[in-house]
Design a protein around this ligand. Structure first.
Ligand code: SF4
Ligand code: SF4
Length: 466
């Protein structure tokens, strides 16, 4: 492959032809070095977890569920209901701050190692492509060559497999949203009975196919919002995949002794560019397109090995470590993110720990104050709202404290099913003779299976006659 000129890297994206404005298809070489091997193992574990996730159930309920349609969420077996959204929002906020902290320290480590886009693209789809169409050079030749039987066979096989894998990903994705039981129903029942689910699978499959067969690095370079944030999250103390310009420059073609010739260790072979899935030259410095996939580290280490130089010309390091020869420093910015994260996460964890299994609230029935009955009793009406935040049904009892009167529930036997939100009436009666003031404070004690779950302060209103 001809060596790529990247000196105009500031003027255009690596995958755009500056003259025509058209996309340049990237054919990255696969290099099987130490980091690639680690990533293979790590990706295999992640993929197993991802595909197995929706099928893992605890006490008959999914371990993870993100049902945005019915607003039902289960995270690590803990159910969350719409009433808990403030806790979820806080959890999400803590997670965002954690990402900011993590990125400011380790750069795009997530992108290179754990992002599903990179894992699927580099460790699944790219490998299938290599297996069917051959090396990067052979792939380019095939694309530029005439349409013959071999090209048709290879393209049909490759895209057929891409569709199958996209279909599997789409099903898994849907199972995380609607649950694996609902997914099985969609698959096993006639299409006409689950038209919405069937359409979702077709749409998701097409989107995933488009992402991995066509969009590829565009997702990381242009679409992904996390990628766009790098400019503000990274600084010269962030550890990123970096080229050691102190050691590598001045670069030049290999001569018998680089050192004697006054040259750095970079032999300008261009292999680090050839393996880059976003087509950049890491020797130009940290760039937004770099997804920290470590391919250039493996590539350069293989070159260093051949020329008997130590590995690590490209490695995980910060600009401060390379330019100023400093060790890693935990900067004020990182400390501020850490404090902010601990605070937010602390509030989130406390709210989660204090969350009651049965949420109860009582309000006076709208538009009512009190009612006098012919037998001389005075009545107040209240609305009791209950949410069962567990998967199991709960029996609820309501008692009264601090008022000389009696209490009656509209529903005699009050039971709230798992996940149910229920509203019922509460009637409180007092004899006229017992009412000594207009406002009579009292407490409503709500119990579930004999345990007090909530105590609500209320006021009984009534007339006073001298
Ligand atoms: S792979 Fe290493 S030696 Fe080759 S061009 Fe890149 S940095 Fe230089
Ligand atoms: S520069 Fe290196 S680490 Fe960054 S995307 Fe390219 S190959 Fe991966």
């Amino acid at each position: 492959m001809a060596k790529k000129d990247t000196s105009d890297f500031r003027e255009h994206l690596s995958n755009v032809n500056v003259k025509t404005g058209r996309r340049v298809w990237i054919y990255p070489k696969i290099i099987r070095g130490l980091f690639y091997k680690y990533r293979e193992w790590f990706s295999a574990a992640l993929l197993m977890g991802l595909f197995a996730g929706p099928w893992i159930h605890v006490n008959g309920h999914p371990l993870m569920l993100f049902n945005v349609i019915d607003r039902q969420f289960i995270i690590l077996g803990i159910p969350f209901f719409p009433q808990d959204f403030y806790i979820l929002a806080l959890g999400l906020l803590s997670f965002i701050v954690f990402i900011m902290l993590f990125t400011s320290i380790f750069g795009r480590l997530w992108c290179g190692w754990a992002c599903p886009q990179t894992v699927f693209m580099e460790l699944v789809f790219r490998r299938i492509e290599n297996w069917i169409e051959g090396s990067a050079t052979q792939q380019k030749k095939l694309d530029e060559g005439p349409l013959n039987a071999e090209k048709i066979r290879k393209k049909v096989l490759k895209h057929g497999l891409f569709w199958v894998i996209s279909f599997l990903i789409a099903n898994t994705f849907l199972a995380y949203i609607i649950g694996s039981k609902a997914l099985v129903k969609i698959i096993t029942e006639p299409v006409s009975q689950n038209l919405g689910g069937f359409i979702s699978i077709v749409v998701f499959t097409s989107v995933f196919y488009l992402v991995f067969a066509r969009l590829r690095e565009i997702v990381c370079v242009i679409i992904c919002p996390y990628g766009r944030l790098q400019g503000v999250l990274l600084d010269r103390n962030s550890v990123v995949v970096a080229y050691d310009h102190q050691r590598g420059e001045p670069r030049g073609k290999m001569v018998k002794s680089q050192v004697d010739a006054g040259k750095g260790d970079c032999v300008d072979c261009g292999l680090c560019i050839d393996v880059c899935p976003t087509g950049i030259d890491i020797r130009n410095g940290t760039q937004l397109e770099c997804i920290a996939c470590t391919a250039c580290i493996d590539a350069c280490d293989s070159v260093m090995d051949k020329i008997n130089r130590p590995p690590g010309l490209i490695r995980y390091a910060s600009e401060a470590q390379i330019a100023d020869k400093k060790t890693f420093s935990y900067t004020a910015r990182m400390k501020a993110y850490t404090v902010f994260f601990i605070l937010l996460f602390g509030v989130f964890a406390t709210l989660l720990a204090l969350r009651k299994d049965l949420q109860a609230s009582v309000m006076r029935s709208p538009g009512t104050t009190f009612m006098r009955q012919p037998d001389g009793q005075v009545v107040n009406f209240f609305q009791l709202k209950l949410t069962n935040k567990t998967f199991d049904p709960m029996k609820v009892e309501v008692e009264m404290e601090g008022l000389k009167g009696n209490l009656q529930l509209v529903e005699e036997k009050l039971e709230v099913a798992g996940g149910e939100h229920k509203s019922t009436g509460v009637i409180v009666r007092m004899s006229q003779g017992d009412i000594k003031q207009n406002s009579n404070p009292f407490k409503l004690i709500i119990k579930s299976d004999g345990e007090v779950v909530n105590t609500v302060k209320l006021v009984f209103n009534g007339p006073v006659f001298d």
